[in-house]
Design a protein around this ligand. Structure first.
Ligand SMILES: [Zn+2]
Length: 306
């Protein structure tokens, strides 16, 4: 892909290290204590293991709980800024920031007309015009406007309360080395997936529930839809960002590497994001078809048919 000469989004916040005043890196002790209180020791160990493989593979409900626990149990006020700039820390970070702004701008260009034409799954009332989310880059830890605080360990996430996406650029390194998902388009897929959660928030998908299904199953439907929406973005951005077949392979490889089965969940009832096969399939569905209405995972009657 090629980002030279493309628009950079201004919906961007560069927060310095420790944005949120929690000190640099790691799970703060206070947060850890609340986590243990909430989940028990065994649950906390499981949560810590899960956090190690990236926050965006967690279900939204658990994310909220963990964010609450990590912030000491309560909602935190917004506006706490760290010192300095994440983007200016290193050339690698600078590149990641610039790249993220291009991808975000591209999602804005794709979703604005899509909301205008009503080309999205329809759930509640018509969502109206697209409201652009803000991308926050941070290093170490960050506080959000309504989702509590978080550390880098949790990976990229979306906070519906403040409509912001949070990414520590060091996560791209985790993707490459720990998740074996390298490549710029794999990174773009992660950003577009989180933007997908923002879109779900606007159209009301995140408030849907299918009768008789568990919380985890609702989470899988949401996550697969976010993958599909990321694919739709890729389809629409194909020409302007010169997205190639190799790029596509990077994204499907990333989708594969963060499937619940590949991440080691033995029991299907513990799935929160879907299998590698499902994640690839729904991403490709969006990428190949380019029709967000085809991303309606909630219209699939039987869960087993997802
Ligand atoms: Zn997600």
């Amino acid at each position: 892909m090629e980002i030279q000469g493309r628009r950079r989004s201004s919906n961007f916040e560069d927060r310095g290290r420790g944005g949120g005043g929690r000190g640099a890196g790691g799970i703060p002790l206070q947060g850890l204590a609340s986590l243990v209180r909430m989940l028990g020791v065994k649950g906390s160990l499981i949560a810590a293991a899960v956090l190690g493989v990236g926050f965006f593979v967690l279900p939204a409900s658990l994310k909220q709980q963990l964010l609450g626990a990590l912030s000491g149990g309560g909602a935190q006020s917004d506006g706490a800024q760290g010192t300095g700039s994440v983007c200016e820390t290193s050339p690698t970070n600078g590149k990641a920031c610039d790249f993220s702004r291009v991808i975000l701008a591209s999602t804005e260009d794709v979703y604005k007309p899509l909301f205008q034409s009503g080309g999205l799954p329809r759930y509640a009332a018509a969502p109206g015009a697209y409201r652009e989310p803000v991308l926050v880059v941070f290093a170490g830890s960050v506080s959000t406007g309504g989702c509590g605080g978080a550390t880098s360990d949790v990976g990229p996430f979306y906070c519906p309360a403040d409509s912001k996406l949070y990414i520590d650029p060091s996560f791209y390194d985790v993707m490459e080395k720990r998740l074996r998902a390298p490549g710029d388009f794999a990174q773009a897929y992660v950003i577009a997936h989180e933007v997908g959660h923002h879109v779900q928030n606007l159209i009301g998908a995140n408030r849907l529930k299918v009768d008789g299904e568990t919380k985890n199953q609702a989470s899988v439907r949401l996550e697969l839809q976010a993958d599909c929406l990321a694919g739709v973005w890729g389809h629409s951005a194909r020409a302007t960002l010169s997205i190639t077949d190799e790029d596509l392979a990077e994204a499907t490889n990333a989708a594969h590497s963060i499937g619940d089965d590949t991440l080691g969940h033995a029991n299907e009832k513990d799935y929160t994001h879907g299998t590698s096969d499902q994640r690839k399939r729904w991403f490709k569905r969006g990428f190949e078809g380019g029709d967000a209405r085809q991303c309606d995972t909630f219209a699939v009657k039987r869960y087993a048919d997802l």
